[in-house]
Structures are given as structure tokens and as C-alpha cells.
Design a protein around this ligand. Structure first.
Ligand code: HMG
Ligand code: MG
Length: 312
């Protein structure tokens, strides 16, 4: 089962978007820009910086244009953002974005709660996003949410996921990220769903996106990467959650997945110390501890050795 490990895994960092969208305390635009610039300096290749959605739905990301215009872009790093519709695309293009991501759910109820449309209406709305974006030279990624379970409907039939992957590929997205929105997936379920998806889509067009609500995210990544999937979404510090998915908590922490992959000899190009420094700063910005286990261990070890030095 775990035989196809790639030599390199691309981390798709979602902290500034999925991480911050659920934070209760308003975060200053300058802090978001500093966060993204610090993430750029860690060696990450891909960073999702914000969402061009209705600010009434996601007030924390109402400054999407200012953030997109304020960051310092590094050559070779791809900066992306969520867009739900034509209006979002127009705003993203106006703010200089070169990649966007559309999103929908495999379960009707979550889709309706999240974007106020049926799944079919959402696919229709994508017609005003995907082709115009590509005509403007902008790549389009897609998310399928609630792949492994829905907060409103419970179990989700993998056949619905497979069908949506087919619909999205037909419409011209270059990659599809399969979301465990509420962190319910377990490793053999991941294996089974991915086998069905891989039968209809090339590995290079797939990514995995796990929330770590029940502590299974790393185990799930191990299965996915072992099946040859080479793009993994994660959020610095383990921040995150979907405001329209009750019970959704933090994303898989970037530090934890980078530590695991690098330890297995799989290259990510990400500097772990720089990530921990970024997470430590963010803790002060959001006003709570970071869930990342690696960061807790690293900061704990540092404070113990500082105590020893002071005591000596
Ligand atoms: P709606 O209310 O049905 O939209 O919302 P509407 O078309 O009827 O328009 C209503 C108002 O919104 C109008 O303004 C529009 O101009 C405005 P008004 O005339 O009332 O002044 N509007 C917009 N404003 C700014 N940007 C836009 C935009 N579109 C309309 N793009 C809509 C529909 C999709 C916009 C809304 O439901 C929405 O914004 N939803 C976003 C929800 C969201 O961001 N959820 C979290 C992200 S998904 C996630 O976290 C899961 C993921 O991480 C993967 C996983 O974990 O599984 C990706
Ligand atoms: Mg998410």
C-alpha cells in the first residue's frame, strides 16, 4: 500500500486563508501581510493568501484586496486565493492574483450552507470563473469539501466525489484538492476513496487537505503520499476551520507534516526552524497557542534550555 512515495512533496500552505478565516479576533491587514511574507521566507512554494468571498460571510478576510496588493511576492512562489463566483474572480484579477481556487462540497447541505447554492448551481457558477480565469492566464485549482463526511449529512458516498472530480476536470481546473473539512477521515477510508478517485484522475492533478480535528490528519497524509499524491495542504501552526462546518477545527499543521516527510527522506524545501518562528509570532497575533505538536515541542525544548542556561 505504501509503495509509491514521491521524492518531493509540495506543501500548499493555507494558513493565511483557511487558518485565519476561523479566528474570532480581528487580525490587522499588516499582520496578515507580515505572516505571508514570513511564510514566503520559509521556502514554501505555494501559499493561499486570502478569499475573495462576500465579506459578510467571512468578515476576517474582508481585506483580501489590500492583502493581495501588500505582500512581497517572490519569484517561483505561487500565491493563490479562494473565489466563489464571477465577482470574486474580478476582484482577484484586479488585485493581481495569478492563481485562484474554486470550491464546492460533495454533500448538498454543506454546499448550501457554505455558498448558498446547490451543487449543480455552483458548477454552473464556475463557468463564469474557470474559463475567464484561464483566458486571463490565471490557473484554477478546485476544492471538493466534505469528501469523507459532512457535518449535516454524515456519511458521503465516494461516488459523489468521483463524479465531481470528473466534472471539475472537464471544466479545466489543473488540480483538485480533496477536503476532509471536519477531520473525520481515517487511513483505510482515505485509501479506499483515493483508489476510486485515482481511477479517474492523474495523481499529479490531486492534492489532499485534512483538518486534524480528531488527530488522524498525519496518518491520512501518510496513506495519501504512499499512494503517490505529491501535494499536501496544511496550515502553519495548525490554525484553521470552516465557519460553515460546525466542529471543524485546525488544519493539519505545516510544521508537523514537514517534520514527518523530511524525516522519511521526502523533500519539501521548507525550513522547519523558520516555520516555527513564524508560528510563534502568529500565536501573539491570534492570541492563543498554536495547535502544532512540532511547534509546541520545539518551543518547549527551547524554553527548557534557556531555563537551564539561566540557572547555570
Ligand atoms: P450570496 O449571498 O448568495 O451572494 O452568497 P449573492 O450573489 O446573492 O450576492 C449577495 C451580496 O454579496 C451582493 O452584495 C454581492 O455583490 C455580494 P449586495 O448587493 O448585497 O451589496 N457578493 C460578493 N462580495 C464580494 N465578493 C464576492 C461576492 N459575491 C457576492 N465574491 C457567496 C454567495 C458564494 C458569495 C457566499 O456564500 C460566500 O461568500 N461564501 C463564502 C463561504 C466561505 O468562504 N467559506 C469558507 C471557505 S470553504 C472551506 O473552508 C473549505 C476548504 O478549506 C476545503 C475543506 O476544508 O474541505 C476550501
Ligand atoms: Mg479547509
Amino acid at each position: 500500500m505504501l509503495e509509491q512515495f514521491p521524492s518531493h512533496v509540495t506543501i500548499y500552505e493555507v494558513g493565511p486563508r483557511d487558518g485565519l478565516q476561523n479566528e474570532a479576533r480581528p487580525i490587522a491587514t499588516s499582520d496578515k501581510i507580515a505572516m505571508i511574507d514570513a511564510l514566503t521566507a520559509t521556502g514554501l512554494e505555494r501559499i493561499e493568501i486570502t478569499s475573495f468571498v462576500n465579506p459578510k460571510w467571512i468578515p476576517q478576510l474582508a481585506d483580501a484586496t489590500e492583502v493581495a496588493r501588500g505582500i512581497h511576492r517572490k519569484d517561483g512562489v505561487v500565491y493563490s486565493c479562494l473565489v466563489p463566483n464571477k465577482k470574486g474572480l474580478e476582484k482577484a484579477l484586479d488585485a493581481g492574483m495569478k492563481e485562484v481556487a474554486v470550491f464546492l462540497s460533495a454533500s448538498e447541505t454543506h454546499n448550501k450552507k457554505n455558498v448558498n447554492k446547490t451543487i449543480a448551481e455552483t458548477l454552473t457558477a464556475f463557468e463564469e470563473v474557470i474559463d475567464p480565469a484561464r483566458e486571463a492566464g490565471v490557473r484554477v485549482r478546485a476544492y471538493v469539501s466534505t469528501v469523507y463526511g459532512c457535518p449535516y449529512e454524515g456519511k458521503v458516498d465516494p461516488a459523489k466525489v468521483v463524479a465531481l472530480v470528473g466534472e471539475l476536470r472537464k471544466r479545466g481546473v489543473y488540480q483538485i484538492s480533496l477536503g476532509d473539512t471536519i477531520g473525520v477521515a481515517t487511513p483505510l477510508q482515505v485509501k479506499s476513496v483515493l483508489e476510486q478517485v485515482i481511477a479517474v484522475a492523474p495523481l499529479a492533478e490531486l492534492a489532499v487537505h485534512f483538518h486534524d480535528t480528531r488527530g488522524t490528519a498525519l496518518a491520512n497524509v501518510l496513506v495519501a503520499v504512499g499512494m503517490g499524491i505529491a501535494t499536501v495542504d496544511s496550515a502553519v501552526g495548525g490554525l484553521g476551520g470552516c465557519p460553515y462546518a460546525p466542529g471543524a477545527s485546525g488544519n493539519l499543521a505545516t510544521e508537523d507534516v514537514v517534520y514527518m516527510l523530511e524525516g522519511m527522506g521526502i523533500e519539501t524545501g521548507v525550513d522547519l526552524d523558520a516555520l516555527v518562528a513564524c508560528a510563534a509570532k502568529l500565536s501573539a497575533v491570534v492570541g492563543h497557542e498554536m495547535p502544532s505538536k512540532y511547534t509546541k515541542a520545539a518551543l518547549g525544548a527551547r524554553s527548557k534550555s534557556a531555563t537551564r542556561i539561566t540557572a547555570a
